[in-house]
Design a protein around this ligand. Structure first.
Ligand SMILES: [Zn+2]
Length: 425
């Protein structure tokens, strides 16, 4: 083994720059220190330095083997994505870089607490990187005790480098992603941010694959209805159970120079698959209404918080003078599962065939509010509907906040066939 090989060995073990190690090694060997002893000494010098004994630093592991039981590890990996974000950490504003890195065996999320000047495509050896658990998965922390060395040779990895993604690819937790989208809805609002009142924009983005809600925390002028944009470095959060695209101060926005063929149809899914996603934006299911739940028809809401009141009592505000409203909570069953479709006042008025005043008149005449829910039951239970909306799933079940509710044109026989075909897949 040549000195160069020894240096290479050591550098990759310790995750430090090879030339630096080689210079040290040469120095020691020149003073007649046996090479193995020199290496030991350098392991101590570059190691983690934690507690006495054999402080040779964490050993090198494959990404696929990193587990939440690991304390610190050394890995060689290709940077797939880099997202930049400003966070408030222990009371201070701090800029962090985060994304995913990978080797041949797997990929991991990382957070870099220092600016190591990482770019997508870089191959690095991260010596003494911390492992922490994030939502049940291991994540690497690159901090001040981490040595980051850039490798000259790019590591071949079975993942796409760079953050280009379609909207249907995105999942909560994704960072540093780039999108080519059309802005299909947008509104500007003022919120109470952490630094006082701030203007933000929110709305809906669409590409060929899907539609997703977004928030632009900088309220950029380019985010206009109908604009076709390339948006780089976004992160994805879960908002009311569905993935939401976030544009931060570090996000860049450029005109795209082409028209995106924006999807204007919802993703058709079985109830089982939809619920399995844990929450989805703009999905469509087709199923029979098997019941209209209590709390449907003519209801009263708390004037303070909008919650539905029970016998004039709000859960948060006690006895209140409730405001009349219309709502339907209908159970949809497509044979694979059930979901509760929640219709707002307008959509309820359509299926009921009257507005809130009509409902009040009917209830007064019958001296019973329940007649309104009964009229709605009569209208929809036992029939098949195409239900489009935003799905959220929590401990209490799955709710579809309805945007479209129409009697299905599919015949039950066709539905059965396409369901069977899906099950057979
Ligand atoms: Zn209330």
């Amino acid at each position: 083994m040549s000195l160069d090989d020894h240096a290479e060995d050591l550098a990759s073990d310790l995750g430090v720059d090879k030339e630096e190690v080689k210079a040290d090694l040469e120095n020691l060997v020149e003073y007649s220190v046996p090479v193995e002893e020199a290496k030991q000494s350098l392991r101590r010098k570059y190691g983690s330095g934690g507690g006495g004994g054999g402080s040779s630093g964490p050993s090198k592991v494959d990404i696929g083997d990193v587990s939440t039981d690991d304390g610190n590890v050394t890995v060689t990996a290709r940077i797939l994505t880099v997202g930049k974000r400003s966070i408030r950490y222990q009371g201070n504003e701090q800029v962090i870089h985060e994304g995913e890195l990978a080797d041949e065996t797997g990929k991991l999320s990382y957070t870099a607490w220092e600016d190591f000047e990482l770019s997508p495509g870089d191959t690095i050896t991260a010596g003494n990187a911390g492992v922490r658990e994030w939502e049940g998965e291991p994540e690497l922390n690159l901090g001040e005790s981490t040595n980051v060395a850039f490798e000259a040779e790019a590591l071949d990895v079975p993942y796409e480098v760079g953050g280009d993604a379609t909207l249907s690819d995105l999942e909560p937790g994704d960072r540093g992603q780039a999108l080519e989208v059309e802005v299909v809805e947008v509104e500007q609002k003022t919120i109470d941010g952490r630094d006082g009142e701030t203007e933000i924009k929110s709305g809906v983005l669409a590409d060929e694959s899907a539609r997703l809600p977004f928030t632009d925390w900088e309220a950029r002028a380019e985010l206009m209805e109908g604009a076709n944009l390339r948006i780089e470095d976004v992160y994805v959060r879960e908002f009311r159970g569905v993935p939401s695209v976030n544009l931060s101060e570090f996000t860049t926005v450029e005109p795209l120079g082409r028209e995106v063929e924006a999807s204007d149809t919802a993703t058709r899914m079985t109830v089982r698959d939809a619920v399995g996603t844990g929450g989805a934006y703009d999905v469509e299911v087709v199923g029979s209404i098997v019941a209209v739940r209590d709390g449907s028809g003519l209801i009263e809401r708390c004037p303070e918080c909008g919650r539905v009141t029970q016998n004039g009592q709000c859960r948060s505000h006690g006895a209140v003078d409730g405001q009349d409203d219309l709502r339907v909570k209908a159970i949809v069953d497509d044979g694979t599962g059930t979901v509760t479709a929640v219709l707002d006042d307008e959509r309820t008025a359509e299926v009921y065939g009257g507005d809130v005043e009509d409902a009040k008149t009917q209830a007064r005449d019958a001296m019973d509010k329940e007649v309104v829910a009964d009229a709605i039951r009569e209208e929809i239970v036992g029939h098949e509907f195409r239900v489009r909306g935003n799905l959220s799933v929590d401990d209490y079940g799955a709710n579809l906040e309805v945007t479209e509710f129409e009697r299905s044109e599919d015949s039950p026989a066709d539905r059965a066939k396409s369901l069977l075909a899906e099950v057979a897949e």
